[in-house]
Ligand binder design. Structure first.
Ligand SMILES: [Fe+2]
Length: 285
């Protein structure tokens, strides 16, 4: 047993979601046992908050390799100058109308318009407001399990059609889509509304509230009504981990079992900056 394994502590934060990880410095090389423990904890608890880290963008991009391989993100305008895999998420970003951009202000999962969307999303706090600016993670595996059998049957087999900005969007995005991104990601991608986790075999609800254009065979309005209904049923307080940020926190969650959102119920004149990385995933099924 080396130093990392002997000090590592993984403490569940609630019955359904979240665990706190302490006693580890992800800048140090990890032995296979420690890596396996962390990855198992992520599968079990869906979201991990790893305390007391200290990263530059390149160090951060290296550290997340304990969980997977970083992949390129949308919105290249937010890329950090010193690492192409790391994007800034800031409440001070503005669009071409001069409006403040609201990153991830409703429940969603990331990059569903990719054939292989990211298996995990990772955030690291750089600058925080005095209070608030929380990130929520919703356990959509428990959400799916809680649905009535008839309703599950109705959803099983449905497919969402995903584009950069969907017509059935439950929220309009305030972010600027650059010409480069629009061209690069012009293809529509079909994804299952209920996906099966490739490692645990468990089913979960899976959709992006901005990127879904329609459910296959439905109109945008009908799609929106159905997705709002699904979200209304699974969005229960006991399935949510609401992360209150501390400097040094690295938050990672499993997109194959979760949706996430940023809470905007705080004074947004105070800067909030996070660094985001997404990790390569498989084709959902
Ligand atoms: Fe997101």
């Amino acid at each position: 047993m080396d130093g990392a394994t002997s000090t590592l502590r993984i403490t569940p934060l609630s019955e359904h979601i979240g665990a706190e990880v302490t006693g580890i410095d992800l800048k140090q090389p990890l032995d296979p046992e420690t890596k396996a423990k962390l990855n198992q904890a992520l599968l079990d608890h869906i979201a991990l908050v790893i305390r007391d880290q200290s990263f530059s963008a390149p160090e951060y991009a290296e550290a997340v390799r304990a969980f997977g391989k970083p992949m390129m993100q949308h919105y290249s305008q937010y890329q950090t100058p010193d690492n192409e895999f790391v994007n800034f998420i800031s409440n001070q970003h503005t669009n071409d109308k001069g409006e403040r951009v609201k990153h991830g202000a409703s429940w969603h999962t990331d990059h569903t318009n990719h054939e292989c969307p990211p298996k995990c999303t990772v955030l690291y706090a750089v600058e925080l407001p005095k209070e608030g600016g929380d990130t929520g993670i919703l356990n959509t595996r428990a959400g799916y399990d809680s649905l009535l059998d008839d309703y599950k049957q109705k959803l099983d087999g449905l497919k969402t059609i995903n584009v950069f900005q969907g017509r059935a969007a439950l929220r309009e995005s305030t972010k600027q889509v650059t010409e480069r991104d629009a061209k690069k990601y012009s293809e529509a991608m079909v994804q299952p509304l209920i996906r099966t986790h490739p490692e645990t075999g468990k089913k979960a609800v899976y959709f992006h509230t901005v990127k879904v254009d329609t459910i296959e065979g439905m109109e945008p309005d009908e799609t929106r009504v159905l997705l709002e209904d699904v979200l209304g049923r699974i969005n229960k307080p006991e399935f949510i981990y609401r992360h209150k940020w501390r400097l040094g926190d690295m938050l990672i969650w499993d997109n194959r079992s979760a949706m996430h959102q940023a809470y905007y119920d705080y004074d947004t004149s105070q800067p909030r900056t996070l660094m985001r990385i997404i990790l390569e995933g498989d084709k959902p099924f």
